[in-house]
Design a protein around this ligand. Structure first.
Ligand code: FMN
Length: 375
């Protein structure tokens, strides 16, 4: 089944999507990507649309206003709704962090940590018909180019409703997930390879990481293209695409666009730029679920090494995603940038090709470079 080109459909100069990067990308980044001819993104995972207050809706308005265009990708997390941690999970988390942050004066801070859900899933919003209707109305008034989901998708009737507003995209990390998205009416798939920075958007077999094939972006793209290319679904590889040649490669191979995150991490428009501009590029990355509760590729700092090496608990005996991540963020807030004890306890999400970061370049300069090989 042939489909209209994404460039025409979205009125873009270049088929380059900026990755939504919760806590890292900014409206200024999305704006610069849009001005350079690509598609900017606004990650909304930390806005709680389930609350009665109007704050999340106001914040969304402000984000779109600061971007200066509604031709953006509005991105939601859509993981299964988690329960608050059990006493055992909460105690284990405290034991882990007491072990990692050894300075006795922080024991009280760690022990008094309260667990709350910091990453609201779209599935949670779906449970409240009033809030859902309000959010859908808001999305109708914004009319973004794309509404996208990471870690899963909402129910079919909501997907149908959202498709009247925008193209609906979601992340897949395997052919099985891509097929699931296709059969549930999703318009386009972000094919996230194992190289990608940030959280792995996996939503099938999430509790069985040993069954994850860990496909590279290239292998995943070709595998899915072979199966679904003629099904009229847009395919957008993501992960490790940091050079003009890699952009050109995927587009020549039939990708409808590429999604890029790590290449923008050291730009002044990234809220992580302070860390990444100091960066040698020789650092390793590692995939770990121990900080947030879900597998994420991040820089292997001494803090991450400590967490991985000192942890004695299986993931299922630690607080679930959302709660674990929020507790970690609170702890970081309490302890200050240097973990109180002189160690940087930042959790710096980045992809394997971070060594190609353009330090000192702005988002628009990175865009200029990435599009260099495109006619
Ligand atoms: C710092 C960071 C934060 C991310 N946050 C999100 C997010 O909020 N939503 C999402 O769908 N993907 C998120 N991702 C994953 C990206 O969508 C994409 O898969 C990834 O950036 C592609 O790999 P690359 O970083 O090597 O370019 C994030 C990636 C990074 C690097």
């Amino acid at each position: 089944m042939s489909k209209p080109s994404l460039l025409k459909k979205l009125n873009l100069k270049y088929p380059i999507f900026q990755s939504p990067m919760a806590g890292v990308s900014t409206p200024e980044m999305a704006s610069a990507v849009a001005a350079a001819g690509g598609l900017g993104a606004l990650p909304l995972a930390t806005l709680d649309f389930t609350q009665d207050s109007v704050t999340a809706f106001e914040k969304l308005d402000k984000l779109v206003e600061a971007t200066g265009t509604n031709a953006v990708n509005l991105n939601f997390f859509c993981h299964e709704v988690e329960s608050p941690p059990s006493q055992v999970q909460a105690d284990n988390w405290k034991a882990l962090y007491r072990n990692v942050i050894a300075d006795a004066k922080f024991k009280q801070v760690i022990d008094s940590t309260k667990f709350a859900n910091g990453n609201i899933s779209f599935k949670e919003i779906e449970r409240d018909q009033d809030k859902l209707a309000k959010l859908v109305d808001k999305l109708k008034s914004i009319k973004p180019s794309i509404i996208s989901f990471h870690f899963g998708i909402p129910s079919n009737n909501i997907i149908d409703e959202l498709k009247k507003i925008a193209l609906v995209f979601a992340t897949a990390t395997s052919l099985q997930e891509a097929r699931h998205l296709k059969s549930n009416g999703i318009d386009g798939i972000i094919l996230q390879g194992i190289e990608a920075g940030g959280h792995r958007g996996q939503f099938i077999d999430t509790f069985q990481p040993h069954l994850d094939e860990d496909l590279s972006t290239q292998a995943l793209f070709h595998k899915v293209k072979q199966s679904l290319a003629n099904d009229g679904i847009y395919l957008v590889p993501a992960g490790g695409i940091t050079s003009p040649n890699s952009v050109k490669y995927y587009l020549n191979q039939g990708a409808d666009a590429v999604q890029i995150g790590t290449a923008f991490l050291a730009t002044p428009e990234s809220s992580s730029s302070k860390f990444f501009t100091k960066y040698s590029g020789e650092e390793s990355t590692v995939m770990t679920a121990l900080v947030s509760g879900k597998p994420a590729r991040c820089v292997r700092t001494p803090f991450i090494d400590d967490v991985v090496q000192k942890n004695q608990f299986p993931l299922s005996d630690l607080p679930p995603y959302g709660y674990a991540y929020d507790a970690y963020k609170k702890l970081k807030g309490e302890l200050g940038a240097n973990g109180g004890a002189g160690e940087d306890i930042g959790f710096y999400l980045a992809g394997q090709n971070h060594f190609q970061l353009r330090k000192g370049k702005s988002t628009s300069e990175v865009m200029q470079e990435l599009t260099r090989e495109l006619a």
